[in-house]
Design a protein around this ligand. Structure first.
Ligand code: IPE
Ligand code: IPE
Ligand code: MG
Ligand code: MG
Ligand code: MG
Length: 334
């Protein structure tokens, strides 16, 4: 299966519905800010996941019923990106100026709120039994709460001495800021398709594992990709002092006084670090084996995720969900 082609085909179809959901509004500046990231595209992985799960269980009617929920997830995701770029002070997203740069920080805050509101308005239109709708509302709202907790920890960790943070702290933080939205997508898609509780639980676990691998890989891409490919700047995690798995690994394995350790510490959390200093920190993370270690961890999550798909019958959607895991943790360019 050509997974890239398959994702982009599905993403396009979802994109049309996302933009339809953002047509209404009376204040042009806010409209522009709200539509800016959705127009920029992105991979649309969360809605793609929700729909693939619903379709795997209930076929075409599952797909149709899951669309409003899928659009809701993409709007929630875009809302978090608008705010994330303010928090991370990142100027570029999806190859275009970040909302807070193109407009200003207050507009980015308001646009995020507006996207969040519209997401739930669209979810309310889902043509599903009311017991499902109640649970969808509850898991989605709870997910946004957890994302807020994860994002708060992500920010607080920047100012926490790395030796006080464990790998468990990192894993808890990325589960909340990233994996929970994938979990919500899979659980919601399965509910909409009237899956058994056993299937719901397995698919949620699949998405948890996929989401963990996905964020570890996102952290790797910040060191190994390019802005042209990624559509967002690289190296900013180092300047921001993000406590990624690689940073924690390097600092727990490199001895005091080691040149690589010093190179890393010089740029980590140093907003005025020069490009050469950031490059040296990146090399240190490679040379310490920390990037390789993170790749192994991501691959491990992926292998466990694939096993959860045993609850699905064989078919195109199961094949797609299997390929999606590999894509999420490494085969993707962006
Ligand atoms: C970016 O998500 C934020 C993370 C959780 C790493 P994506 O990499 O899915 O971004 P888009 O939607 O494709 O732009
Ligand atoms: C983003 O994590 C998580 C959320 C948006 C909730 P990152 O900060 O690593 O995402 P990018 O790298 O800016 O896309
Ligand atoms: Mg960011
Ligand atoms: Mg961030
Ligand atoms: Mg990132």
């Amino acid at each position: 299966m050509d997974v890239l082609n398959e994702i982009s085909k599905r993403a396009k179809e979802i994109g049309v519905e996302v933009m339809k959901g953002l047509e209404q509004g009376e204040v042009p500046k806010l409209q522009g800010a709200v539509r800016h990231y959705p127009e920029g595209g992105g991979k649309r992985l969360r809605p793609v996941l929700a729909i693939a799960v619903a379709q795997a269980i209930a076929g075409d009617s599952g797909k149709r019923m899951a669309m409003p929920f899928a659009v809701c997830l993409e709007l929630v995701h875009n809302f978090t990106l608008v705010h994330d770029d303010v928090m991370d002070n990142d100027p570029v997203r999806r190859g275009r100026k970040a909302v807070h740069v193109l407009y200003d920080v207050p507009t980015a805050i308001i646009a995020g709120d507006a996207l969040f509101a519209r997401a739930f308005d669209i979810l309310a239109t889902a043509d599903v039994p009311s017991k499902h709708l109640k649970r969808l509302l509850s898991i989605t709202a709870n997910t946004v709460w957890l994302i807020a907790e994860g994002q708060q920890e992500d920010m607080d960790f920047e100012r926490t001495p790395a030796e006080q943070l464990s790998v468990e702290d990192y894993m808890r933080m990325i589960r909340k800021k990233t994996a929970v939205l994938f979990e919500c997508a899979a659980e919601g898609g399965a509910l909409i398709a009237d899956a058994s509780e056993e299937q719901v639980a397995a698919l949620r676990d699949y998405a948890y594992l996929l989401g963990m691998g996905f964020q570890i890989h996102d952290d790797i891409l910040d060191l190994t990709s390019t802005e042209e490919v990624l559509g967002k700047p690289i190296g900013t995690d180092i300047r921001n002092g993000k406590r990624t798995l690689m940073v924690l690994h390097a600092l727990s394995t490199l001895p005091e006084g080691d040149k690589r350790r010093n190179d890393l510490l010089k740029a980590l959390g140093n907003e005025s670090a020069t490009k050469e200093e950031v490059d040296a920190a990146m090399s240190a993370l490679h040379d310490s084996g920390s990037v390789e270690h993170a790749r192994h961890m991501a691959a491990d999550f992926a292998a466990r995720a694939r096993k959860d798909l045993d609850v699905l019958r064989d078919g195109e959607e199961k094949e797609f969900l299997t390929a999606l895991v590999d894509y999420a943790v490494g085969e993707r360019a962006t």
